[in-house]
Design a protein. Structure first.
Length: 129
């Protein structure tokens, strides 16, 4: 039997993570961060994973078309203090979560898997029966 308190915490971290994701997406979409790199590269916040104590947030981002990822990550990291304060203001939590920005590699992994599945030898095995 699952511990109800553990389930509640998990749901809470997911809910807070989604609220942080929405706040960051809104901030970036509106251009609230006065940074030339971020203004020139629309960026998607694909996922936010909160620590169980809600004090740390790992933010996965992907620039449009995957271009200039390193420059975008550097710009986000440079503006972390501003982004943290804005997120704290918009997401009424007990603590202002420390933000850590990482590139979202899931799109690249998905593309790789799709390419493998399209190989003739794999397609032949999949069509077998």
């Amino acid at each position: 039997m699952a511990d109800p308190k553990g389930v509640e915490r998990s749901v809470r971290t997911l809910r807070v993570g989604e609220a942080v994701r929405h706040a960051l997406s809104d901030i970036l979409q509106r251009g609230d961060v006065h940074d030339d790199v971020l203004a020139a590269h629309p960026t998607s916040v694909t996922e936010v994973r909160m620590s169980p104590d809600l004090r740390h947030a790992t933010v996965f981002v992907k620039p449009l078309l995957g271009q200039n990822e390193e420059a975008v990550l550097k710009a986000l990291r440079t503006n972390t203090a501003y982004l943290q304060s804005e997120v704290a203001r918009r997401v009424n939590g007990k603590y202002a979560a420390k933000l850590k920005f990482l590139s979202d590699e899931s799109f690249d992994e998905g593309s790789h898997i799709a390419a493998v599945l399209r190989r003739p030898e794999v397609a032949r095995d999949l069509d077998g029966d």
